[in-house]
Design a protein around this ligand. Structure first.
Ligand SMILES: Nc1ncnc2c1ncn2[C@@H]1O[C@H](COP(=O)(O)OP(=O)(O)O)[C@@H](O)[C@H]1O
Ligand SMILES: [Mg+2]
Length: 220
């Protein structure tokens, strides 16, 4: 099923001195159940494109349709809370929350009771391969691979089925990278997520169902 359609989308950054066209007239579509990789040189517009899909920035022209609905006309806070999860290279866990609390966070935003949120959080952590030993640890005590798994567990705990990942394995060794890619593929293929991974790692791109490339703001 087509989940996201991007029609002729452009976006630029404007500062005092210049205008940088970061995304130029991009059109493409994304289906649930697939893992997409977006590759391209540094500065080619990948992160900007992802933040447009995440509803964090608005296209300057063109439109993004999510299940047929224009993102600009939707309640974008609700979209971000309910449909989208973003995983970053630097993990972005909450440093003052332990693993379970980090994963509980999106569920609490959705008004799920603490008890249920805790149960589901523990389940998600186990699904990404983290045992009880890690539940009450704080991010700074975890390895990079563990932190990224917690970040993915947190994405799974959100009710959305769109997962955007910006260089999710950028800070990991190859063994952990493999685990994370397997998890992302599992979410796409077994749970019908739409997974879009920005990566400059050819090995990660090779594992995707569809590989796309950006160059100078364009999808080529
Ligand atoms: N906040 C910003 N302000 C101004 N320019 C930016 C900002 N973020 C990114 N850019 C510029 O937009 C272009 C695309 O950047 P980005 O989307 O981060 O590319 P990538 O993720 O592919 O490295 C680059 O030229 C970058 O310098
Ligand atoms: Mg980037």
């Amino acid at each position: 099923m087509e989940k996201i359609r991007v029609e002729n989308v452009s976006y630029s950054y404007q500062n005092k001195y210049q205008k940088i066209e970061a995304v130029k007239e991009v059109s493409c579509s994304f289906e649930a159940g697939n893992m997409y990789a977006i590759t391209g040189e540094s500065g080619s517009g990948k992160s900007t494109f992802l933040s447009l899909l995440a509803g964090l920035d608005c296209p300057e022209s063109g439109k993004i349709l999510v299940e047929g609905e224009n993102l600009l006309e939707m309640d974008r806070d609700a979209y971000r809370r309910k449909q989208i999860s973003v995983v970053y290279q630097a993990f972005h866990l909450f440093p003052l929350l332990n693993a379970v609390e980090n994963v509980m966070y999106p569920m609490e935003l959705q008004g799920i009771s603490r008890r249920e949120a805790r149960e589901q959080a523990e389940e998600c952590l186990q699904e990404v391969g983290l045992g009880k030993k890690i539940f009450h640890q704080y991010p700074k005590m975890m390895s990079g691979g563990e932190q990224q798994r917690v970040a993915i567990a947190r994405a799974m705990a959100a009710q959305g089925r769109i997962l955007l990942a910006d260089e999710p394995t950028g800070n990991l060794d190859s063994e952990n990278e493999e685990h994370i890619v397997e998890l992302l593929k599992m979410l796409a293929h077994e749970r019908d997520y739409l997974v879009i991974v920005v990566t400059h790692n050819p090995e990660v791109a090779r594992q995707a169902d569809v590989c796309m490339k950006m160059k100078d703001g364009r999808m080529v």
